[in-house]
Write a protein that binds this ligand. Structure first.
Ligand code: AMP
Length: 127
C-alpha cells in the first residue's frame, strides 16, 4: 500500500493553524473539532495529527501510541458529548469515509462522531 499525503488539504491547514476550527478536544496525537456543515445535533470530527490519508493507512503505519491516543480520544469524546449509551447517551454513529467509493472529501483521516438524534438507516438501498 502506498499513499501520497497532500499537505494542502483543509485538515492539514487546521493542524498548522492556517485556518480556524471550533476545537472540542486536543491531545498529544489527536484533534477534535466541530464539523462546519453539521448533519446532526452532535457532529464532531476526530483526526490524528499525523499525516494519514485514511483509516487503513493509519492502521498500517501509525505507532501504537498514536493508535491508542486516537482510540481513547474517540471514546472520551463519545462520553463527553453525552452520546455514549454506556452513560446517559442514546448512542452514536462513527463514520470514516475512504476513497472514491467511500466518497471521502478531505484526504486526511477523520472519524465523524454523529449523534443527538436517531440517525436513520446506515445506507439507502439502491436496489
Ligand atoms: P468526508 O466526506 O468524510 O471527507 O467529510 C469531510 C467533512 O469535513 C465534511 O463533513 C465537511 O463538512 C467537513 N469540513 C470541511 N471543511 C471543514 C472545516 N474547515 N472545518 C470543519 N469541518 C470541515
Amino acid at each position: 500500500m502506498a499513499y501520497a499525503y497532500d499537505d494542502q488539504n483543509v485538515f492539514a491547514k487546521i493542524l498548522r493553524d492556517e485556518i480556524p476550527c471550533r476545537k472540542v478536544l486536543e491531545t498529544g496525537h489527536t484533534l477534535a473539532f466541530e464539523d462546519i456543515r453539521p448533519l446532526a445535533p452532535v457532529h464532531v470530527l476526530v483526526i490524528p495529527k499525523g499525516a494519514y490519508v485514511n483509516f487503513d493507512h493509519f492502521g498500517a503505519e501509525a505507532s501504537a501510541e498514536e493508535i491508542a491516543d486516537f482510540t481513547r480520544t474517540v471514546a472520551r469524546l463519545c462520553a463527553d458529548l453525552g452520546v455514549a449509551p454506556g452513560g446517559e447517551g442514546n448512542g452514536y454513529r462513527l463514520i470514516a469515509n475512504a476513497g472514491t467509493a467511500g466518497v471521502q472529501e478531505v484526504p486526511h483521516l477523520h472519524f465523524h462522531i454523529l449523534g443527538g438524534r436517531v440517525l436513520g438507516p446506515m445506507l439507502v438501498r439502491r436496489d
